[in-house]
Design a protein around this ligand. Structure first.
Ligand code: IDP
Length: 148
């Protein structure tokens, strides 16, 4: 008799940030509701003011790019909400729910497409961050939730 499972489990965790623009605009609840409506479980959640060290670790891949200094300044401009979500293929699923980076052209139906816009600033204020791979999810969850 075969011992192969009938489905391939792909349960993952992803690190989501409601960025300071999302908190400032009072959209935290709306964004969390969309995550839950999609069917992902919220495993951990905290509102905090990010430290420079947390932001430098989180955005290390962008160091040296023109938008890096305004990005760090923006991410430190007010409280953000860090969330760990869990579900089958939730890394890809949340990226799809968030929409593409530029909120002006992000597809309607996505968080960025429905709720975001361009404000004529040096950095795109696009409401949310979501991990882009299992490796970055593990790294980012370690930054924001070291006890998990
Ligand atoms: P992502 O958040 O969609 O994964 P990344 O390329 O990881 O996009 O960029 C991190 C963040 O930096 C973006 O969410 C956005 O806020 C900002 N950003 C990225 N590219 C640009 C740009 O070309 N101009 C201004 N801001 C940018």
């Amino acid at each position: 008799m075969s011992t192969e499972p009938t489905t391939a489990s792909t349960t993952e965790r992803s690190l989501v940030l409601v960025k300071p623009d999302g908190v400032r605009r009072g959209l935290t609840g709306t964004i969390l509701a969309r995550i839950e409506a999609k069917g992902y479980r919220i495993v951990a959640l905290q509102q905090c003011e990010a430290t420079e060290a947390e932001l430098a670790a989180h955005y290390a891949e962008h160091e040296g790019k023109p938008f890096y200094p305004p990005l760090l300044e923006f991410m430190a401009s007010g409280p953000l909400v860090a969330v760990v979500i869990e579900g089958e293929r939730c890394i890809e699923g949340f990226r799809s729910l968030a929409g593409t980076t530029d909120p002006t052209t992000a597809a309607p139906g996505t968080i960025r497409g429905d709720l975001g816009r361009d404000w004529g600033l040096k950095v795109q204020q696009n409401l949310v961050h979501g991990s882009d791979s299992p490796e970055s999810a593990a790294h980012e969850i370690g930054i924001w939730f070291p006890s998990l």
